[in-house]
Design a protein around this ligand. Structure first.
Ligand code: FUB
Length: 448
């Protein structure tokens, strides 16, 4: 009965008016880590991923990156790292953070180590904010490194992590692969109710450490914070700033970012899955301080960040990312030579029957998406099949095009979970032109 009322309430909250929460409505996401990178006008959010219907966190396997310039239209850059790409890990791709450090982009995450079953804090690197990221191994000196946050202050990297009512911090060495043992500190006693998920941001010269905690009433988690003059403390406990709310999940977790002059808190709830599930979704609300620079408690709002009816996300999935992003490049190559091309790489040389590129699209629920492909076929029309989950229900023709262009193939239907979009050489009809695929786009269709 309770579930019925929560569902009713959530449906009512989503009807009419502005509703930019949850932020992403096409895929289940949790543990958001928001950032703005140097020389980039986009707001980035890195998240963990809940499988549709999973209702617990044991089967989590990978991470996504999202970007926006207006906080209404978002791009989902797809899977950026997966357990399969991390040799030392066996399960539990839990919370995550990201950092820009010395010209590279880093992901920092926790997974359980093969054969040991204890959390380690992993580090992966990329030349691009959207990844895909390559694992470099785990940070030495961090025992049970769940829920890491990497905070760079005046060029010095600090690592925070926390689990099971504890929170720790340390300075990292320059290569980010080990802590400086002499800086290691147990912050637990300074952070009343702490459970896990620390995050540090700076405001007016002070360090604010926000974290999910459990009061003696236990679950669900509320968000608390403490303030210090230096990154490693000592911290003064301030209080709760996100209390229990309708449709929350058992956990909460998030971070603060300043974008276009506004402070924003990203966190998660269970609104997308109907309010009573552990399959979570990212939320965002503006964060304000009072005259004494205390955080004014946030009441999760359906409006979220804006005055648009809702957010809209387009999945933009790069063909060349292949296995690293959950897909496959079979007997094709990545190239950049076509005149006028300025991207990072496209896939070409579909010479033999069955040569193909497979691209992974992960979504929360069965839904229709507008399907767009960026391609070139400089020497003539190409005969290729496009299979969506092994099924071809439409003719997709690529007419000759000397330069890259987007072709809109109308709508396609995706299923909940993993979808493989495969573009392959037809085995019965010769092509006059060689095909080059740059990326595909799957645009959310929002009904008026
Ligand atoms: O998402 C899995 C786990 O749930 C995170 O690591 C915790 O912080 C909690 O949000």
């Amino acid at each position: 009965m309770k579930k019925f009322f929560v569902l009713l309430l959530l449906s009512f909250m989503m009807l009419g008016g502005y509703a930019q929460n949850p932020v992403f409505t096409h895929v289940f996401t949790a543990d958001p880590s928001p950032h703005v990178w140097p020389n980039d006008d986009r707001l980035w959010v890195y998240t963990s991923h809940d499988e549709p219907g999973s209702n617990n966190h044991y089967g989590m396997t990978g991470y996504h990156a999202f970007s926006t310039t207006d906080m209404v239209n978002w791009t989902d850059h797809g899977r950026i790292l997966h357990l399969e790409n991390v040799e030392w890990a066996e399960s539990h791709a839990w919370a995550i953070d990201a950092a820009y450090y010395r010209g590279k982009y880093y992901l920092i995450y926790c997974m359980k180590e093969v054969g040991i079953g204890l959390f380690r804090t992993g580090i992966a690197r990329s030349d691009n904010p959207e990844g895909p990221f390559t694992d470099l191994g785990y940070v030495k000196g961090v025992e049970f490194g769940q829920d890491p946050a990497l905070f760079i202050d005046n060029g010095i990297p600090y690592l925070f992590w926390g689990h099971d009512r504890k929170c720790f911090a340390a300075e990292l060495n320059d290569d980010l692969m080990s802590i400086k043992p002499e800086t290691y500190i147990d912050l637990t006693s300074q952070l009343t109710h702490v459970f896990e998920g620390p995050w540090v941001h700076k405001h007016k010269g002070k360090y604010y450490l926000t974290y999910p905690g459990l009061t003696p009433r236990r679950w669900p988690e509320k968000m608390f914070y403490a303030v210090a003059d230096k990154p490693l403390g000592p911290y003064e406990f301030k209080g709760c700033f996100i209390d229990d709310f309708e449709g929350q999940s058992g956990t909460n977790h998030g971070g603060v970012v300043t974008y276009k002059g506004k402070d924003i808190m990203f966190y998660h709830s269970a609104w997308l899955s109907g309010g009573l599930s552990e399959t979570r979704c990212v939320m965002a609300d503006y964060l304000h301080y009072d005259k004494d620079e205390n955080i004014i408690p946030i009441v999760p709002s359906k409006e979220g960040l804006g005055n648009a009816k809702c957010t809209k996300t387009t999945l933009q999935l790069e063909a060349e990312n292949g296995f690293a992003a959950g897909g496959e490049l079979y007997n094709v190559i990545v190239d950049t030579w076509i005149k006028g091309y300025s991207g990072k790489g496209y896939v070409t040389n579909f010479d033999n029957p069955y040569d193909h590129v497979s691209i992974l699209a992960q979504v929360a629920k069965p839904a229709k998406y507008r399907f767009i492909v960026s391609y070139a076929s400089p020497d003539g029309d190409s005969n290729h099949d496009v299979l969506i989950n092994s099924y071809q229900y439409k003719e997709f023709a690529f007419p000759q095009s000397k330069t890259f262009r987007e072709i809109d193939f109308g709508t396609v239907e995706l299923k909940a979970g993993d979808n493989l979009i495969r573009i392959l050489k037809k085995n019965w009809k010769p092509s006059t032109g060689q095909l080059a695929i740059d990326y595909i786009k799957l645009e959310q269709i929002i009904e008026d």
